[in-house]
Design a protein around this ligand. Sequence first.
Ligand code: ARG
Ligand code: ZN
Length: 472
Amino acid sequence: MHRRIIAPGALTAAVLLLAIPASAASYAPGAPGIGDPYYPAYGNGGYDVSHYDLRLKYQPATDELEGTATLVARTTQDLSRFNLDFLLDVDEVRVGGAKASFRTSGEHELEVTPKTPLAKGTPVTVVVRYRGVPSSKQAYGFTSWHRTPDGGVAANEPEAAAWWFPSNDHPLDKATYDVSVLVPDGTQAISNGTLQSTSSRLGWTRWNWRSDKPQATYLATLAVGKFDITTGTTESGIPVLNAYSKDLGANAGSARASLERTGEVADFLAGYFGPYPYNALGGYVPNTTTGYALETQTRPYYSPRQFANGSNVSVVVHELAHQWYGDVVSLKRWEDIWIHEGFARYAQWLWSEHEGEGTAQELADYVYASHPADDSFWTVKPGDPGPDNQFDIAVYDRGALAVQALRNEIGDEAFFAILKGWPQKHAYGNASVADFQRYAEEVSGKPLAALFDTWLFQPSKPATSAARTASV
Ligand code: ARG
Ligand code: ZN
């Protein structure tokens, strides 16, 4: 997926380069995007990051974030320069120890020119020293850093990373993370994975988090504020750490009543999806006013609003289902969002069945019947919804309906084998809707092109005969 841009003036350059050895002619800037049709500027070309080490300091009183990001990477082409995606103010960039020149461009590009060009296949370490007030930075007219009364939190999709660390910001480039954050004593810093240690000195406490399985950039999260932390273990032996803002008011009880069932839910989902793919689990609820939840790896983000009507275990099911469908297997391009949202919604239907609140088939029938043929709901194609409809309700509900249609077409045995096999087949990697179709055809032995086309790619309501839905 790493594409090289042919720079303007390349022809003139080519003529000049005739005079020098052929090997040098291949050095070119890395592309400013990884090649995603929905988001051409997201991610970058020419290198692959394997590890992010973020050593940060955050002052809740002023929303100032500063620190150093060290990216352990490898080049995938001969590079004269490369881009990172980042919004904060950069003081210094070093590549392989040497100071590099840099400049900003576009909505969130940081162009880095190393002192000497980098040959393809070379390990390279990039150090970025930076500072800034994340809530003051906008890209595409919004900010993904949400200020809270006692701190701030980075959580959004598809974009969140650029507000707190420089990265190759696309799910195609996954990496492991060490996130170490210094905050004033009495304040907590929450991130993904395992809390390795905390230590306090000079009025500041350092929180060291490690996420040691490949993780997409938008699934990395940071929250700073005053949190109550609970810990436990699932029946299957995975450590659970939940964090609740001390400031959840009337939603404090319902938030706990929901998140404290994380272990139970993860074990329930493992029954359908196979073993939980990580060694840490939990969730956190900061005191934000945002409306969505997010499947941040190992430790989903929940908004207090989700718990305003009492417990909401269904949202916990949704975000934990993403750990298998979205996190351990991530989309290749953002148009593949159905393999995240369609299945996370379907998991909620399976949970509903488990709770005696309606079977998956009943819920599919309900969704089908709720939207008449002229409802714009059916104009959204879950298999290619477009960037503006990426999180439209149709991607979720029509998406889950497509899952039920598949189940009815191939039968429960093949269907549940696929549900469990998929997270293993592409574990810690990426896959597309087309990959899913191919896999489903392989396991079921049935041609499924027509079914996928009808349920995922047509801008119209499928006929009831296409699946045993809408029998009501
Ligand atoms: N993947 C998230 C979920 O379904 C959706 C996030 C939507 N993002 C947003 N900015 N509204 O749980
Ligand atoms: Zn979701």
